[in-house]
Ligand binder design. Structure first.
Ligand code: BES
Ligand code: MN
Ligand code: ZN
Length: 516
């Protein structure tokens, strides 16, 4: 994976060596007609054109506004881009992240391989936090998924966009450049892990299927120092994982249970004298045709993204390893392809999960909860985690209820749900609660088995969660349904559409909060 390099510059504005300079500009009153503080040196390099442009009043500096000023020919500096931030009071984390997104897009727009960004003076915005948020946004905004395009733009341009360099410059250098450098590097690293998740989610299903997902997980594990173990069909059969095996049995690509493990290098968090373990479980259905309960043609193409939960776990585990967070974390990807065939599982089949509980299949399209049931049981019985989070593109109902704008969060432990929501708020990924009632569990009970795998359309998010609750035993647990937030056709400054990589930042943040 190639992401941009982000560098903190300690020199003044006259030392900028980039061909594009971006100046985020706050709106002051009607129009920002005077030069922002400290930019006289830049204006000189632009032969006064920056001052002229601002004096004209054409640039209002509303959020999203953009004005390009070209520099005199012959110098290193080719252009200066003013990006509007809106009124200072309205500038929050998200505005800064989105500003970073616009910065990232400049790489794609201009083909520049080096862009300098002038962080607004500390008197106006907290330089530390804004530098981190802008850097994070820039990595996400520069993202593209174009590896299968043979020749649209020049190859040169492509290469530059993915390996570009962003210089962060300051009007007034912050007090501790070293500590800021570390924080920005972490933000860039975590955003890079979100990019890894996006790539996995966006890869087509003929490229990412359970075995190749396992290969990728292994490769990434080796790269960052995670332990990786892959359970194949004979091993899963030995462990009685009848649920994931049933989902995978109709496919030419056999299922895999992929286990990633972060064992901290130094001291590690303990709980009542024993090392504490956290578990992250991702739904890894690499393609969901619905199986014999076949989906409609219209609903099928997006189903390559049905492994976005697993992708988020890979991304988060990679970040956790890179940051070497001082706590033991196990990530499990429940990988299967849900296909119709003569070997496929059928509606009316009764299967036995690894936990020993039996499940009547009433709809082969409710497969996510089945692969998760065995993964959750594996995590709980093998690792006895003090908390477990599963993340899954589980229900169309979550897509309808939340669209791309929020993730449904349910669980059996209010405190843990609070922790997860706090982590999500900190990273700008909204998690919203839904009810989980005994009535939902009752709706999932079968007359002929311990469970059935679907209760139909009513309360789809909650009934799916009630089923999962049956497999966590007493473990504090939160379920995140990212069916809406994990994939989208919406374009935003941070996102080109497709797999969003949602969950990487929040899971990393949650583990980090548990580790401290
Ligand atoms: N992967 C789908 C859920 C989904 C749908 C995610 C649309 C993203 C967009 C899941 O496996 C599924 O098919 N769920 C069914 C469950 C039903 C049969 C109980 C659903 O939500 O319709
Ligand atoms: Mn399905
Ligand atoms: Zn699915």
């Amino acid at each position: 994976m190639k992401t941009m390099r982000v560098q903190l510059e300690s020199g003044g504005i006259d030392q900028i060596r980039a061909e594009t300079v971006i100046v985020p500009t706050l709106r002051r009153g009607e129009t920002p007609s005077d030069l922002p503080q400290g930019l006289a040196a830049l204006d000189r390099r632009l032969s006064g054109r920056l001052g002229d442009a601002l004096a004209s009043g054409d640039f209002k500096a509303n959020a999203g506004d953009r004005l390009v000023i070209h520099a005199p020919r012959g110098g290193v500096l080719v252009r200066c881009v003013l990006l509007g931030l809106g009124e200072a009071e309205s500038v929050d984390d998200n505005a800064l992240r989105e500003l970073g997104g616009h910065v990232g897009r400049e790489f794609k727009r201009s083909g520049s391989d080096r862009i300098a960004l002038i962080i607004p003076p500390a008197s106006e915005l907290a330089a530390d936090r804004s530098a981190c948020l802008i850097a994070e946004g820039a990595v996400l905004g520069a993202y593209r998924f174009d590896r299968y395009l043979s020749r649209t733009r020049s190859d040169k341009k492509k290469k530059e966009a993915t390996t570009g360099r962003l210089d962060l410059c300051f009007v007034r250098a912050p007090r501790s450049l070293a500590s800021l450098r570390r924080k920005v590097a972490e933000s860039v690293e975590i955003a890079g892990c979100q990019v890894v998740a996006r790539d996995l989610s966006n890869e087509p299903p003929n490229v990412i299927y359970p075995e190749s997902l396992a290969r990728e997980a292994r490769r990434i594990a080796r790269e960052v120092g995670l332990f990786c173990r892959v359970l194949d069909v004979p091993e899963m059969t030995r462990q009685g994982m009848g649920a994931i095996l049933a989902v995978g049995q109709g496919s030419a690509h056999p299922p895999r249970m992929i286990i990633l493990e972060h064992r901290p290098r130094g001291r590690s968090k303990t709980r009542r004298g024993k090392p504490e373990t956290l578990a992250l479980i991702g739904k890894g259905v690499t393609f969901d045709s619905g199986g014999l309960s076949l989906k409609t043609a219209a609903g099928m193409p997006e189903m390559k993204h049905d492994m976005s939960g697993a992708a988020a776990v890979v991304g988060a585990m990679r970040a956790i390893a890179l940051l070497d967070l001082p706590i033991h974390v196990v990530g499990i990807l429940a990988a299967a392809e849900n296909m119709p065939s003569g070997a496929a599982y059928r509606p009316s089949d009764i299967i036995k999960s690894a936990s020993g509980q039996t499940i009547e299949i009433v709809n082969t399209d409710a497969e996510g909860r089945l692969v998760l049931a065995d993964a959750i049981h594996h995590a709980v019985s093998r690792y006895a985690p003090s908390a477990l989070i599963d993340i899954a593109t589980l229900t169309g109902a979550a897509m309808v209820a939340f669209g791309p704008w929020a993730t449904a969060g349910l669980g059996n432990d209010e405190a843990l749900l609070g922790e997860v929501r706090a982590a999500a708020d900190a990273t700008g990924e909204t998690v919203w609660p839904m009810p989980l009632l005994d009535a939902h569990e009752k709706a999932m009970r079968s007359k002929v088995a311990d469970w059935k795998n679907s209760a139909g359309r009513d309360a789809g998010i909650s009934t799916a969660a009630a089923f999962l609750r049956g497999f966590v035993a007493k473990t504090p647990w939160v379920h995140l349904d990212i069916a809406g937030s994990g994939m989208t056709s919406n374009q935003t400054p941070l996102h080109i559409g497709g797999g969003t990589g949602v969950g990487v930042r929040l899971l990393t943040q949650w583990v980090r909060s548990r580790a401290s």
